[in-house]
Design a protein around this ligand. Sequence first.
Ligand code: NAP
Length: 294
Amino acid sequence: MDESISLTMITGSVVQKGSKTNAFTRSPTSAFGSPGSPFAPRFLRPIAMATPATVLVLGATGKTGIPLVEQLLQRGAAVRALVRSPEKLPKPEGQAQLSVTQCSSVLDLTDQELLEQVKGCEAVVSCLSHVGNPWAKPHDLCLSISKRICSAMQQAAQAETTGTRPKYLMMGTVLVPKADGSEKAHGWASTFMVGLLNTLLPPMYDHKLTAAYLNENMSSENPLVDHVVIRPNLLVDKPVSEYQTFDELQTGVFSPQDCSRANVAQFMCDLILKPDLWAQWKGKMPVIIDKVAA
Ligand SMILES: NC(=O)c1ccc[n+]([C@@H]2O[C@H](COP(=O)([O-])OP(=O)(O)OC[C@H]3O[C@@H](n4cnc5c(N)ncnc54)[C@H](OP(=O)(O)O)[C@@H]3O)[C@@H](O)[C@H]2O)c1
C-alpha cells in the first residue's frame, strides 16, 4: 500500500455523546477501511504535510467534490477528505497524497478535531450541500461549519510562522446575490422568485447567511484568512470545457445557463494553485458559467 494514502481515525476520539455515535467512526464495510482492505490503515499517524499545497475538502464525495479531489491530486496537491461515506470516493489506486477521515457529520467534529484537520492546509474547500429533503435539519449546515472552520483556520494561522494566509473556498449559488444590492435584478419576476426561494428554502437561506458571514467577517482586512464564494449557475455533469467567470450575476432565475461541475472543480483548483487568480477574486463572489460555442 502506498503509505501516502490513509484512512485516518483519531486515537482516543471514540466518545459516546448520549445516544449519538462518535464523530469519527469507520464503517467495517467501507472500501477504504474494511479489515484486510488494501486501504485499511496499518497504523495511526498524524496526517502528513505535503508540498506544494495541502487542501482539506468538505463534501468530497459529492458531485463536485469528486472531480475536485481528482483534479487536485492530478495537479500534485495533497488532499485531506473529510467524508461520511468513503466508499463513494473514486478508487484511490495510484493516487498519492490522499488522506481520508470518516465522520458521521462534519458538524459532529469537536473544535480540536477541526483544528487538527485544518493545520498545515493552504486551503479548505466546502462543496457541502443539503442532501435530500431541503427542509430536513440541520438548516445551517454551511453557515455553522464555515464559522467553525474559519475560526480553526485563524487559530492555526496564528500558530504558524509561514506568513501565508490560508484560503477558504465556499461553493455557493447564483440564487444568492451580493448583499450590497449592487447586482442587476434581471426583472421583477426573477427578483421576486429569488427572494421567495431564499425565504422558503432553508438551503438557500443557509447559503445567503454564509456568504454574508464570510463577506462581513473574513474580509480582506481580516489578517488571517482569505475567502472566495464561488457561484456556479445551473450545475450539470459534463467534462471540463471552456468556461467564463464574472463579477456579477449574468442571468435571471428564469434563464439559467449550464455550468459543468468539472469546470467548477477546475476553477477552484486554479484559485488555490494560481496566486494571481486568487488575488483577482479574493473576498469576491465570482459567477461561473460554461462558455457557449458561438
Ligand atoms: N444544483 C445546482 O444547480 C446548483 C447550482 C449552484 C450551486 N449549487 C450548490 O453547489 C454545492 C455543491 O453541489 P453538489 O451538487 O456538488 O453537491 P452534492 O453532490 O449534493 O454533494 C454534497 C456533499 O455534501 C456532503 N454532506 C452533506 N451533509 C453533510 C454532513 N452533515 N457532513 C458531511 N458531509 C455532508 C455529502 O456527503 P454524502 O456523500 O455522504 O451524502 C456530499 O459529499 C451545493 O451547496 C449546492 O447548493 C447547486
